[in-house]
Design a protein around this ligand. Sequence first.
Ligand code: SF4
Length: 373
Amino acid sequence: MKYIDEFRDPAKARKLVDEIHKLAATIQRDTPLQLMEFCGGHTHTLFKYGIEAMLPANIEMVHGPGCPVCVLPMARVDDCVAIAEQPGVIFTTFGDAMRVPGTRKSLLQAKADGCDVRMVYSPMDALALARKHPDREVVFFALGFETTMPSTALTLLQAHREGLKNFSLFCNHITTPATMRAILTDPDLRLDGFLAPGHVSMVIGAQPYDFVTRDYHKPLVITGFEPLDILQALWMLVKQIAEGRCEVENQYARIVPQAGNAAGLKAIAEVYETREHSEFRGLGNIGDAGIQIRAAYAAYDAEKKFHLQAAASAHDPEHLKCADVLRGVMKPWECPAFGKECNPQTPLGALMVSPEGSCAAYYAYGKLAKRSA
Ligand code: SF4
């Protein structure tokens, strides 16, 4: 298939793997290089195409928290359920968020209990529901990193233009650079470089990652999602390390403009602002990483509309290792529940729910224990 097969060419992949091995052999260290792929989409490509197994022994991939469903704290799921339980509400969400466990129940369980929770494919679907049901309150669960922010911001602006009074967003957007900064200051992590998410970067561009090289002296390569994208980006990253360089490089230049997407950034700036603090599952409170709706658009802010008293912070039970897996300090198979009581049919943590979660990736591609990793 044109535009797909070119990026899955086995001969080119083998050549890149050889080059990575040659470069890695020039790096003298006692411990393996630890390279983090921030995004869960990259984690899946690594496993789906067996890339991790082709890498030299002195390169270890660390799976990052780049899955918005996975970092969603339980308290926010509880807030979603509280909104969905209000009379007259149609609560709309992308499908993967429906199964994330809250302290009482997931949205899917709330739907089974009679709440009107509907899966949609875009925020514009939710807007169409608001037009169709003027007597109902339609809420869209706005979730995701910068990739999805322009579409929710533009939907809100469209609702505003149309004067719709029965539409709002429950805003849980988060920003990638602030999350990366939290990882870089984690004393348990010793990373040597990053693969940065191509879809996020398509919106924000390359400049917001400058602090990673300037302040933390870690090289970073913006990367696409096909196997050759990942292999080329790994080659670029290892080359930087081998040559003692530390730069932000853009492997995904066919999609990612250096300055980002001007129209998307304008919509984001118009509608959203950062929250001083917001809780992330596994990462705790991170300043300036969470996003909220600006006061000028408070009429479309479900938090204000439903006078939401934020649910109390809740943590996963002690024996579940979601937080450690999310931070990259533990592999999924080190969690005692992995593949046993926690599996895709009965997920106990968000990492097993979302298609971008690392536990779901390990399970789907048979990485069930260290010997097969
Ligand atoms: S296996 Fe389940 S409980 Fe354990 S870390 Fe993964 S998602 Fe969390």
